[in-house]
Design a protein around this ligand. Structure first.
Ligand code: HEC
Length: 304
């Protein structure tokens, strides 16, 4: 898997103007979140990490990103575009999420000739927990409705409506709740964590699709602690976002790829690393020895 954040950075500036209305309204459904308390706490931790990361934006008025994830509650009686993001330039790129009388659909227009759409049946619950992750690769777009993943996106070639994906009016503010935005596509366990977080916060019952990975506790991995010590000593001074995160964080964020240290930015960027990929400039000040770098390599290559 490629490290997406490098790709989005390389993609250059991309201004998106967003039309979105949301507000807090009360909601009275109740339910239980499935899973053991350990799973829940790993998931809660990941949700907390995500919500305090730089990728989380509270004011989505101006987003500069080709990837985007959004999580929210919407009333099933709402009709129209929940989320409609159209960039000012290039004018052929847009994200859309809409409800009609029978389905919830997400669309991503990446160019005048590349359009993908995922759609799933409108559930009967009065509030719906929706998650959508638009990646730069439209084929890996994920739409989740009450924890169930929609079918893989269909690629329809050139879109029928040329520039704007806004096929419907934007739904009313009262029909939306808890809109959370991330300026990148989230991995499936990150999506799971956010969906469980939203469901729990609003006392809604959702059942996670087996294809969505529930974050697991990695404390059983004996190689993580030594690697974590190196990261803490040599990296936290600049990468403060990594402080206190689980092993899973590095894998789900794409910084590390299980079993592939040579393809993991967390390892190949190190001055003490072996192998050929990427610039070896980390840490930019201070130093790391080859044996310290090896501890990170050993953990990544043997991670369960
Ligand atoms: C003195 C500050 C500093 C230290 C210490 C430091 N980094 Fe960085 N790191 C940066 C800066 C600045 C960037 C962004 C520029 C770049 O990608 O080169 C960065 C970027 C990165 C990236 C790319 C991240 C991304 O999201 O694209 C990785 C991976 C990374 N560092 C790993 C490490 C590791 C592992 C350590 C510890 C061994 C470390 N860094 C220590 C300053 C630092």
């Amino acid at each position: 898997m490629k490290h997406r954040r490098h790709r989005s950075r390389a993609a250059g500036s991309f201004l998106i103007s967003l039309s979105l209305a949301f507000t807090a309204v009360s909601c009275s459904l109740t339910g239980q979140i499935p899973g053991s308390s350990e799973v829940e706490s790993e998931s809660d931790k990941l949700a907390k990490t995500l919500l305090s990361s730089a990728d989380f934006v509270t004011n989505p008025a101006s987003i500069s990103s080709k990837s985007l994830s959004a999580f929210f509650l919407v009333k099933s009686t709402a009709r129209g575009s929940v989320l409609n993001v159209s960039p000012s330039s290039p004018s052929t790129q847009a994200f859309d999420l809409s409800l009609d009388s029978s389905s919830v659909s997400a669309s991503y227009l990446t160019s005048a000739s590349d359009f993908s759409e995922s759609s799933t049946a409108l559930p009967s619950t009065s509030w719906i927990v929706v998650g959508v992750s638009f990646s730069e690769d439209p084929a890996s777009m994920d739409l989740t409705v009450n924890g169930t993943l929609a079918a893989a996106p269909t690629q329809s070639g050139a879109p029928t409506s040329p520039l704007s994906m806004a096929r419907y009016p934007v739904v009313t503010a009262a029909a939306l709740k808890d809109v959370l935005f991330f300026t990148r596509a989230l991995s499936r366990d990150e999506q799971s964590a956010m969906l469980l977080y939203l469901a729990k916060k609003n006392s809604l019952a959702i059942t996670l699709d087996p294809a969505l990975k529930i974050p697991v506790n990695n404390s059983s991995d004996p190689n993580f602690a030594p690697a974590q010590n190196v990261i803490q000593a040599k990296c936290h001074s600049c990468h403060s976002a990594w402080s206190g995160v689980s092993a899973n964080y590095y894998f789900s964020s794409g910084l590390a790829v299980k079993g592939q240290a040579e393809n993991s930015a967390l390892y190949y960027r190190l001055t003490g690393s072996t192998g050929s990929s990427g610039p070896k400039t980390m840490p930019t000040s201070g130093s790391i020895s080859a044996s310290e770098a090896d501890l990170i390599k050993t953990w990544i290559n043997n991670a369960p």
